[in-house]
Write a protein that binds this ligand. Structure first.
Ligand code: ADP
Ligand code: MG
Length: 166
């Protein structure tokens, strides 16, 4: 399993990281997001949505009560939030399995509550550190996610010189 870690220093930078990931994705895949309330899962997904070509005017809000919000971009985005689902709930019965993987990009908040959601995925664990600092740890399972992660690493490191203050 390939891994990578990076930190962001503001919600905006988290959105940029999400956007960088969204821009790379060219085919349906599963992105599993883990981290406590306020970690930045929704914020990261907002960036991903922009990178996937969902128009800026379209607000990306947490699907806490709806379970899933669909969006149409370059690829479809299916944004899940499993926070309110009782642990041990039968996800197949809820029809979730058809998205994992499915016809679009499935992004799942609170994925850690349901281990084994997908066989191939990009897992993102977000840790709340300082008030404005978040650490991101990425793990890829499967060749599609591994390639996406490799590109993300590369694009993000190439972006860094822009931020260097002279
Ligand atoms: P979650 O979906 O994980 O519950 P949200 O994305 O809804 O979290 O909220 C993250 C909160 O943390 C927002 O209020 C945001 O402004 C704040 N925040 C502060 N610093 C960061 C950062 N570096 N990245 C993401 N969010 C941050
Ligand atoms: Mg959220």
């Amino acid at each position: 399993m390939a891994g990578w870690g990076v930190s962001t220093c503001s919600p905006d930078e988290t959105r940029q990281l999400g956007r960088a990931l969204g821009q790379i994705i060219r085919q349906p895949m599963v992105v599993l997001l883990s981290g406590d309330l306020g970690a930045g899962k929704t914020c990261f997904t907002q960036g991903m949505a922009r990178g996937l070509g969902i128009p800026e005017q379209e607000p990306i809000v947490s699907p806490t009560y709806t379970l899933m919000n669909p969006y149409r971009g370059r690829l479809e985005l299916f944004h899940f939030d499993l926070y309110r689902l009782p642990e041990g709930e039968d996800l197949a019965e809820l029809g979730l399995e058809e998205y994992l993987p499915g016809p679009g990009v499935a992004v799942v908040e609170w994925a850690e509550r349901f281990p084994g959601l997908a066989r191939e995925y990009l897992a993102v664990t977000i840790l709340h550190q300082e008030p404005e600092t978040r650490s991101f740890t990425f793990h890829a399972s499967g060749s599609v996610a591994a390639k996406v992660l490799e590109n993300l690493k590369e694009n993000w490191s190439r972006r860094e010189p822009d931020n260097v203050r002279i």
